[in-house]
Design a protein around this ligand. Structure first.
Ligand code: NAG
Ligand code: NAG
Ligand code: NAG
Ligand code: NAG
Ligand code: NAG
Length: 404
C-alpha cells in the first residue's frame, strides 16, 4: 500500500464519522409504544439461580438491530446482564438468569439500548427476596461394624454457580473435630453434569472408638452453609477391660469383670455347680460390670474365667486372683473383731470390779439380814409375850378407854 492510499483511507474514515454524526440525534420516544410484563415479586434461596421471565414489546421501526436488552440491579448504571440482538426476534418472551445472591432484598430493572446510545428504561421493577437454603444435606451411613468397611453418603443440593464445597467433619466425644473428607476440586469434574444433587460416597473403616461420635456433612455455598449430623452406631465385639480383677478377702473371693461392647455384652461366670455365690451387675455406656462373690475355699484356681457375649461373638478372659495384702483392704467384720480384742482387758477389769462390789454388797446384805432376823426374832418374842398378855389382861382395849 502506498502512502497516498493510506491517507485517502484515513480521510474517508474521518469524513464518514463527521457525516454520520448528525444521525445520532436522540429521538423523543413515546413510552406508550414500550411495554414489559414481569413478575413483581419473587422469593428464592441463596443457592438458587435468579430467573426473571419477561415479555417485552417495543416499536420495531424505531428500535433497529443491533439492539441490547439490559438487566440492571438497583440503578440503571449497575448492569448485571446484557443480551445483544443482531436480528429482530420473533418472540417477545424471554428470560434473564443470573447467579445466586446473598440473603436480602433486591430490585431489578430492564432497559433497551440501540443506535447511538439511545436507551429506554422500563418503569417496572422486579423485587426478589433471597432466603436461606431450606434443604440440609442428606447424610446416610451404612450399618457399621468394627473391622468392616462401611460407607457414608452425603448429598447436597447444587447451587446455581455450582461452586459448592462439600466436606465431612468427625466430632469425637471430647468435642474435637477433624475434617475427614473435603475435596474442593475433585467433585467438579465428577459431578458437573448432575443437575440437582451432589453425591459423595466415602468409605469408612470404623473402630469401637467411633461409636457415639458424630459425623457432620457440611455443604458450603457461595453465600451460605448447611449441615446435617449423624451419631455413629458402631457394633463391636465385647472387650474385657484390664480393670477387671479378682481378690481374696478373708474367706471370700471377690471378682469384678468389666466388658465393653455394642450391643451391650452380658457377662457369664462359667463355674462348676457351686453352692454358694452371689452375682451383681450393672451397665452404662456399652459397659457391663459384673461382680461375683464366692467362698475362697471352694475356688482353688489361681485364675477366674469371665465370658462376655453379644451378637457379634464372645470374648473371654482369665483374671488372676490376687491375695489382698494391704491392711486397708480388710473388710469391716475383721475390724470389729480387732476392736473386741482390744477391749477385752478392760472388760475383765470391769467384770472383776463389778464382782467385787457385788460380793461386798452380798456380804453386807447377808450380815444385815442376819442382824434383822435376830432383831425380829426378839421382837416376835415380845409380841408373843404381849399377845399372851392381852389374852389375859386385855391391855389394848383398856388403853383407848383410858382418856374417856
Ligand atoms: C455510549 O455511551 C457510553 C457511556 O455512556 C460511551 O462510552 C460510548 O462511547 C457511547 N457510544 C456511542 C456510540 O456514542
Ligand atoms: C452429637 O450430636 C448430638 C445431636 O446432634 C449431640 O447431642 C451430641 O452432643 C453430639 N456429640 C458430640 C460428641 O458432639
Ligand atoms: C490396660 O490396657 C491399656 C491399653 O490397653 C494399657 O495401656 C494399660 O497399661 C493397661 N493397664 C494395666 C493395669 O494392665
Ligand atoms: C481351674 O482351672 C482349670 C483350667 O483353667 C479348669 O479346667 C478347672 O475347671 C478350674 N477349676 C475350677 C474349680 O474352676
Ligand atoms: C494366696 O495365699 C494363699 C495362702 O495364703 C497361697 O496359697 C496362694 O499361693 C497365694 N496366692 C497368691 C497369688 O499370692
Amino acid at each position: 500500500m502506498t502512502m497516498p492510499s493510506i491517507y485517502s483511507v484515513i480521510l474517508w474514515i474521518v469524513l464518514n464519522i463527521s457525516c454520520c454524526r448528525p444521525q445520532c440525534v436522540t429521538e423523543t420516544l413515546n413510552s406508550a409504544t414500550f411495554s414489559i410484563t414481569v413478575i413483581d415479586h419473587t422469593e428464592m434461596e441463596s443457592i438458587d439461580c435468579i430467573r426473571m421471565p419477561y415479555e417485552m414489546t417495543f416499536p420495531r421501526e424505531k428500535v433497529l438491530v443491533p439492539y441490547k436488552k439490559i438487566l440492571f440491579e438497583g440503578d440503571p448504571s449497575n448492569i448485571v446482564s446484557t443480551k445483544v440482538f443482531s436480528e429482530m426476534e420473533s418472540d417477545t418472551k424471554d428470560i434473564f438468569e443470573i447467579e445466586e445472591h446473598p440473603r436480602g432484598e433486591f430490585e431489578f430493572g430492564f432497559m433497551l439500548e440501540w443506535g447511538c446510545n439511545q436507551t429506554y428504561i422500563f418503569p417496572q421493577r422486579v423485587h426478589i427476596s433471597v432466603t436461606a437454603p431450606s434443604l440440609n444435606p442428606y447424610l446416610s451411613v451404612s450399618t457399621l461394624v468394627e473391622g468392616q468397611a462401611g460407607r457414608l453418603r452425603c448429598s447436597a443440593p447444587r447451587s446455581c454457580s455450582r461452586r459448592e464445597h462439600i466436606l465431612l467433619k468427625w466430632t469425637k466425644s471430647d468435642g474435637q473435630s477433624t475434617e475427614i473428607y473435603g475435596d474442593e476440586n475433585g467433585y467438579d469434574r465428577q459431578f458437573n453434569r448432575s443437575r440437582h444433587r451432589h453425591r459423595q460416597y466415602i468409605p469408612i473403616y470404623p473402630t469401637a472408638d467411633y461409636h457415639n461420635t458424630n459425623i457432620t456433612c457440611v455443604a458450603k455455598y457461595k453465600y451460605d452453609a448447611v449441615e446435617t449430623t449423624v451419631t455413629l452406631n458402631v457394633k463391636f465385639l465385647p472387650k474385657i477391660l484390664n480393670d477387671s480383677h479378682c481378690e481374696v478377702k478373708g474367706e471370700l473371693l471377690v471378682c469384678v469383670c468389666i466388658s465393653w461392647g455394642n450391643p451391650l455384652p452380658p457377662i457369664i461366670w462359667p463355674l462348676k455347680p457351686l453352692t454358694d455365690y452371689s452375682i451383681s451387675s450393672s451397665s452404662t455406656n456399652q459397659t457391663v460390670i459384673s461382680t461375683i462373690t464366692l467362698s475362697a475355699v471352694e475356688h482353688q484356681n489361681t485364675t477366674m474365667k469371665c465370658i462376655s457375649r453379644n451378637e457379634l461373638g464372645q470374648t473371654e478372659a482369665d483374671i488372676l486372683i490376687q491375695n489382698s495384702t494391704e491392711e486397708t483392704q480388710l473388710t469391716y467384720p475383721s475390724e470389729e473383731k480387732k476392736g473386741i480384742g482390744r477391749a477385752l482387758p478392760w472388760i475383765t477389769v470391769v467384770c472383776f470390779s463389778l464382782n467385787l462390789v457385788l460380793i461386798t454388797v452380798l456380804i453386807i446384805g447377808i450380815y444385815q439380814r442376819r442382824k434383822m432376823k435376830q432383831k425380829k426374832l426378839s421382837e416376835e418374842k415380845n409380841t408373843y409375850a404381849s399377845l399372851r398378855k392381852t389374852e389375859v389382861e386385855d391391855e389394848y382395849s383398856i388403853i383407848p378407854s383410858q382418856p374417856n
